[in-house]
Design a protein around this ligand. Structure first.
Ligand code: MV4
Length: 593
């Protein structure tokens, strides 16, 4: 007996496809929605039926709640699953869905609302006896109020936007002289990103681990936890690697933080899958930070160690069924790691790198899972999140899981646009990761970017590798070919002079590759649609290769556009606040005279 006949998934990419898989297993029809640029996207092909989200800018289509509900009505869907991002934590949308007589596969709108306000959530958690990060619960209204808290709590402090979360609108305060600046900056960011200038203050914890606990709660008062995930490996608050169990958590601590998470979900009147995010200090103290009221990107690692399908639990909970397991039934087996495979250029400061995927082969074999939203020939759009796949491995312990992940990463072939595959290979071979350090300073280091580059080039098995001489202008390019000598196979690097047409094609390819922020003629172009936040250069300025030109904000991410080569800035076309489109000229960097 299927709990629903049809469910609409209000999302795109890998998570839409992931949810469809569970729906199919439950005998439920899969309804997709799409923006104009996604008409032929993988999630549309994976669904049973798909509906266009009306005219209007494609960047906003999946945020237009009334169009999503309208599509559900047309399809005759009984429920809506929001996935993550977009409308997943929008209480007004959840209400709209319920008022339309549809089932919302998620927590109650009031629970979403409560957790959306970080100050209200902290107050509710304190009342419930959940340990919150020390600090104030009420908002602060001036730098002076922050200074008063500094007297009381000591420094450092951190000012956070009350409507924030995930790291936007956070300012560290090192001393009394810093309070005014931090107040202004956090207030401005809260206003800009969340349309809410309210900020509050916490004690700043140095070098913590980011440890979150997965919970499940049904409509019958049952709440359980499924252990923790460690999400310490981040860059500018974007998670890159997640694993479970956390290297910082033993059985005793797991019992303690599990109970904290269950109490927190109970106090919020929570229903569905949710996550208690917290910080773990070096001294082993654990504090509640915020609750995510959605299925998360990294839910997969929990699925591998528990053997449960969290999306299935969400669907059954929404249909009014009790949890399929009790706390005593939950067994955590082995170790799981997830690497997020984004279309980003590590050597260009993790700049999103939209473009066409020309070749795509996923890894496989024992203990390997790939959740992806792309196939060879697909275009990674600059309008959405650049994550194209998640690679998840499971093995008996952490060391074996790392070895398995390194093996699987080496099998992953993605061509046409740069990805984080090389970065993950470099990180997972780094001693800081093996030692379960927080890897702060390593993730952003030029050494890691360099190693990522080497590992990316060494992969191009059987294909012409890039650029010969230092200026890329050589007529010989090393070619990797397979030869067989005396019945044994060898890979040989040939340094042969290319025929003119091959050299031409290669140079064209390389110019295309340089197109992410720059081209061979020195043009600096925006790789994505967005808004210019700051411009770091003026016409006539001399710049070095790699020097910051401007910052473009897109998808709430700040992306640094850098000079593709040394030279002089000419034809600067942007100013702070300018809207830029994909491929739009920002300026030229003319070769120095
Ligand atoms: C903190 C913190 C230290 N003290 N809060 C919040 C959002 C998340 N992306 C990082 N956040 C932090 N909140 C207090 N009171 C430090 C961080 C933090 C962090 C935490 C764990 C792992 C990596 C991190 C990187 C930057 C900031």
């Amino acid at each position: 007996m299927s709990p629903f006949s049809k469910v609409l998934v209000a999302n795109r990419g890998e998570i839409a496809i992931r949810i469809f898989r569970t729906l199919r297993e439950l005998g439920i029809g899969c309804v997709a929605i799409y923006s104009d640029v996604d008409r032929r996207a993988a999630h549309v092909r994976a669904a049973d039926e798909a509906y266009r989200l009306g005219p209007g800018p494609a960047a906003e289509s999946y945020l237009r709640g009334e169009l999503v509900v309208e599509a559900a009505r047309r399809a005759g869907a009984e429920a809506i699953h929001p996935g993550y991002g977009f409308l997943a934590e929008n209480a007004a949308f959840a209400r709209l869905v319920e008022e339309a007589g549809l089932v919302w596969i998620g927590p109650s709108p009031s629970a979403i609302e409560l957790m959306g306000s970080k100050t209200a959530a902290r107050a509710a958690m304190r009342t419930a006896g959940v340990p919150i990060i020390p600090g104030a619960v009420d908002p602060v209204r001036s730098g002076e109020e922050i200074a008063a808290l500094g007297e009381e709590l000591g420094y450092p402090l951190i000012v956070k936007a009350a409507a924030g979360g995930g790291g936007k609108g956070m300012e560290i305060v090192r001393g009394a002289a810093d309070t005014e600046r931090a107040f202004e900056a956090a207030t401005r960011q809260g206003e800009k990103y969340f349309a809410d200038p309210t900020v509050y203050v916490e004690r700043y914890l140095e070098d913590p681990r980011h440890v979150e606990v997965q919970v499940l709660a049904d409509a019958h008062g049952h709440v359980i936890h499924l252990g923790e995930r460690d999400c310490t490996i981040q860059r500018r608050h974007q998670k890159l690697v997640e694993e479970t169990p956390s290297p910082g958590v033993d059985d005793e601590l797991r019992g303690r933080i599990g109970a904290i998470a269950v109490d927190a979900a109970g106090a919020a009147g929570y229903r569905s899958a949710g996550t208690i995010e917290g910080l773990l200090t070096r001294e082993g103290e654990y504090f509640f930070m915020e609750m995510n009221t959605r299925i998360q990107v990294e839910h997969t690692v929990t699925e591998l160690v528990t053997g449960l399908d969290l999306v299935r639990e969400q669907v059954l909970i929404a249909a009014g069924e009790p949890l399929s397991v009790t706390q005593a039934d939950v067994v955590l087996r082995g170790h799981a790691i997830e690497c997020r495979i984004n279309a980003e250029d590590v050597s260009a400061g993790f700049l999103p790198a939209p473009g066409r995927i020309t070749a795509y082969e996923e890894p496989g074999g024992p203990g390997v899972r790939v959740d992806s939203g792309i196939e060879a020939g697909d275009e990674v759009s600059g309008l959405y999140d650049p994550m194209i796949a998640k690679l998840i491995v499971h093995d008996v312990d952490r060391e074996s899981a790392i070895a398995r992940m390194r093996r699987a990463l080496a099998e992953f072939r993605i061509e046409g646009t740069p990805t984080l595959v090389g970065f993950h290979r470099a990180l997972l071979e780094h001693p800081c990761f093996a030692a379960a350090g927080t890897c702060v300073g390593v993730i952003d280091s030029p050494e890691l970017a360099q190693r990522a580059e080497e590992l990316t080039q060494s992969f191009s098995h059987g294909t012409t590798s890039v650029a010969g001489g230092p200026d890329g202008a050589t007529s010989t390019a090393p070619r990797l070919v397979d030869v067989e000598v005396d019945g044994r196979s060898y890979e040989v690097r040939l340094h042969v002079t290319e025929p003119p047409w091959t050299a031409l094609a290669r140079r064209r390819r390389e110019r295309g590759a340089a197109g992410r922020g720059g081209t061979a003629d020195g043009a600096v172009v925006s790789p994505m649609q967005g808004t210019v936040l700051t411009v770091a250069v003026a016409d006539g300025d001399e710049v070095a290769a790699g020097q910051l030109v401007c910052v473009v904000e897109a998808m709430k991410m700040e992306n640094e556009i850098v000079a593709p080569r040394a030279g002089v800035v000419r034809d600067l076309t942007v100013a702070p606040g300018s809207a830029v489109g994909t491929g739009q000229l920002v300026c030229r960097v003319a070769a120095p005279a």
